[in-house]
Write a protein that binds this ligand. Structure first.
Ligand code: NAD
Length: 254
């Protein structure tokens, strides 16, 4: 019997889907794509025959309700890489995670998850005297803004400083905006060309500024992380729950 991990892939023909297929093609003994699920396909029908398959979804948020229904009905783990969900979709993801294990991450790269950890530590060390700004840069075809990774960075900053993502985020600035209030997290999306993904967190104080930057140069970094998450989800003792890539990498308790 093959020990390859079975994958039911949503968004297989998209940019991320192609990156996952390229990683899988290089290691056929490790991975097996048993279903490629496109727009108009029912994920539950497509994956029903493969009882050990893990769903990996890099498509669009409108595909998420169907893949959540399928994960619940078939009791299959889910790696959810799609970004741009609204609050209602995020709460449906959390509800589904009461039944099956889900890794939901705005960014599957090991480097970005290290950036999350460093951002939390820097915010805690530097304290309230430092102004917080997040800038992200992506290719011209990206549909959502700000990126899910930038939102996650803002959530980490807000949690470390006792601020709220609902009330304290400032998306861009234009016009006579006045002085910058101290309890604000600025967030800015730049779009152009073929940039795979860049994120910088600014900690701007008086007389000094710390910048933490991550640059992705190839989508396969996200694909490799998603495959690693799928393998982690398949562990026999993996309980239902909503996990992220920091759980997969063991960064939560460092
Ligand atoms: P893309 O537009 O190149 O590909 C999306 C694919 O999804 C297309 O093949 C499209 O046909 C398919 N699709 C659309 N609706 C569907 C549906 N209802 N059911 C099944 N398939 C459907 O986009 P992309 O650049 O590959 O990005 C896909 C998603 O992944 C985006 O949300 C993007 O922000 C996100 N992303 C996440 C990470 C991460 O690490 N979490 C990294 C890169 C991209």
């Amino acid at each position: 019997m093959s020990s390859a991990l079975s994958i039911a892939l949503l968004g297989a023909s998209g940019r991320m889907g192609q990156a996952i297929r390229a990683c899988v093609a290089r290691e056929p003994a490790a991975w097996n794509i048993v279903a490629e699920i496109g727009r108009g396909d029912d994920p539950a029908d497509a994956a029903a025959a493969n009882t050990d398959a893990v769903f990996i979804d890099f498509s669009l948020p409108d595909a998420t309700p169907a893949v959540l229904r399928a994960a619940r009905a078939l009791r299959r783990p889910l790696v959810l890489g799609t970004t741009g969900h609204d609050a209602a979709a995020r709460s449906e993801i959390a509800e589904t995670a009461e039944t099956v294990p889900i890794v939901f991450a705005a960014n599957f790269s090991v480097g970005v998850n290290t950036l999350f950890w460093l951002t939390r530590k820097a915010a805690e060390i530097l304290g309230a005297d430092f102004d917080l700004e997040v800038v992200e840069v992506h290719h011209r075809l990206k549909k959502d803004a700000p990126s899910g990774t930038a939102r996650r960075l803002a959530e980490i900053l807000a949690a470390a400083r006792g601020l709220s993502v609902e009330n304290d985020l400032r998306h861009g600035r234009a016009g006579l905006v006045g002085q910058r209030p101290p309890g604000e997290i600025g967030i800015h999306a730049v779009r152009g060309g073929d940039v795979v993904g860049e994120h910088t967190v600014f900690f701007a104080g008086l007389g000094e500024r710390l910048e933490l930057t991550h640059r992705a140069t190839n989508r396969e970094t996200f694909a490799a992380g998603a495959l690693r998450a799928a393998r982690w989800l398949r562990a026999p003792d993996r309980a239902p729950g909503l996990y992220d890539m920091e759980d997969v990498l063991g960064l939560k308790n460092l």
